[in-house]
Design a protein around this ligand. Structure first.
Ligand SMILES: [Cu+2]
Length: 383
């Protein structure tokens, strides 16, 4: 066993100890904290309760680096699960695909005892996985904030605070759209508004979408990205499992792991000095109970993308990719037997493989300090 193998074995053992065994305690602590926040909200005066819905209380005051209260958590889970994607389309006719998106700013734990204000599509990072077929009409409907009478008052009340916070407008640029701004020129949506547009899916591939409202890099750094798959007309080969994974870089005022509320550091963002490299929104989002799971011999397909600013060096320890569709080019012949692939910011790949030996496999950014010291680690459990 050479040094590298010893290191990986140590990594796997440590990972088991840190992630596997502490999950119950971690989730209990998160649940307790979440319940405590709701209890606090329940004690608000009738007047306050009338003007602020409990879940949106953090908008009372624009968040700044001085805010250190890490109890104002809006959701106990920011990360989207890797199996949260629509199944294969399996149809031969074109149709209209309607996609409903809303934007939501949420304080959540980026790791235990460290909170961050995410900006999201539909309350999770990454946003929903959109699936359509070449030739389909796709209608994207985007509302800024939740729609409905119960949210109107909040939307009106907080618009000034949202201007100060830098998210008075959100939008969407889909890389599958061959038109100005990828749709973003039609889709700048202000607080309380809803807009929609339609496009014809003419280019099969796996694409990234993201917010494109000023300051665009900040909106993306805060989590406003997702993926859209345009299946080729002939469809994709049948597989047993599909997973949706996005790597994102995050920039905080403090260092990796510094406790309390951590605001976005625009300075570090501009300097491309990320504190966190994360799969699906938070540290250990895809580990333990939330790991990717499959069985020996199953055909596994991964859609992996980079929503934010720094390219990923995607690798799975102990896996050779049987097929790699680089740069989202699904209609080109795949590369075969690949160990690691670079995924550019604003790009995605499709990877297929089968595993013959049961065990735990680690998804990493093979610029390994990102995996070991900055969070870019997920688990694939093969039974
Ligand atoms: Cu935005």
């Amino acid at each position: 066993m050479n040094k590298y193998h010893s290191f990986l074995l140590l990594l796997i053992v440590c990972n088991n100890a840190l992630i596997g065994c502490s999950d119950d305690a971690k989730y209990k602590a998160m649940a307790d904290k979440y319940n405590a926040v709701h209890a606090e909200h329940a004690m608000m005066s009738a007047k306050e309760s009338k003007t602020h819905s409990g879940e949106d209380k953090h908008h009372d005051q624009p968040l700044s680096e001085k805010v250190t209260d890490n109890h104002k958590i809006d959701t106990d889970e920011i990360g989207r699960q890797a199996d949260d994607l629509p199944s294969s389309l399996n149809r031969t006719q074109s149709q209209l695909v309607s996609v409903n998106l809303y934007t939501e700013e949420l304080v959540a734990e980026i790791m235990p005892d460290v909170t961050y204000q995410y900006w999201t599509y539909n309350g999770k990072v990454p946003g929903p996985f959109i699936r359509a077929r070449e030739g389909d009409q796709v209608e994207i409907r985007l509302s800024h904030g939740k729609l409905g009478a119960e949210h109107q008052e909040h939307n009106a009340h907080t618009s000034a605070a949202h201007v100060v916070a830098g998210h008075s407008v959100h939008s969407i640029d889909l890389h599958a759209v061959a038109a100005p701004g990828g749709g973003a020129s039609l889709m700048q949506v202000e607080q309380g508004e809803e807009k929609s547009f339609r496009f014809k899916a003419t280019h099969p591939g796996i694409y990234v979408y993201h917010c494109a409202s000023p300051h665009v890099p900040s909106h993306i750094a805060n989590g406003m990205y997702g993926m859209i798959l345009i299946e080729p007309m002939e469809g994709l080969a049948k597989v047993d499992r599909e997973f949706y994974v996005m790597q994102g870089d995050f920039y905080t005022r403090g260092k990796y792991g510094d406790k309390g509320y951590q605001a976005l550091s625009k300075e570090k963002l501009v300097a491309e000095q990320a504190d966190y490299f994360l799969f699906n929104g938070r540290v250990n989002s895809l580990s333990g109970e939330r790991a990717l799971k499959a069985k020996v011999g199953e055909k596994i397909r991964l859609f992996v993308g980079v929503g934010s600013h720094i390219a990923a060096n995607f690798h799975i320890v102990g896996v050779v990719f049987s097929k790699l569709y680089q740069d989202g080019a699904l209609t080109n012949p795949p590369l075969k037997n690949v160990q690691t692939t670079i995924i550019s910011p604003g790009s995605a790949v499709m990877i297929e493989f089968t595993i013959e030996v049961a065990g735990k496999y680690l998804l990493v950014d093979h610029s390994l300090s990102r995996a070991i010291d900055k969070g870019a680690l997920a688990e694939l459990i093969i039974e």
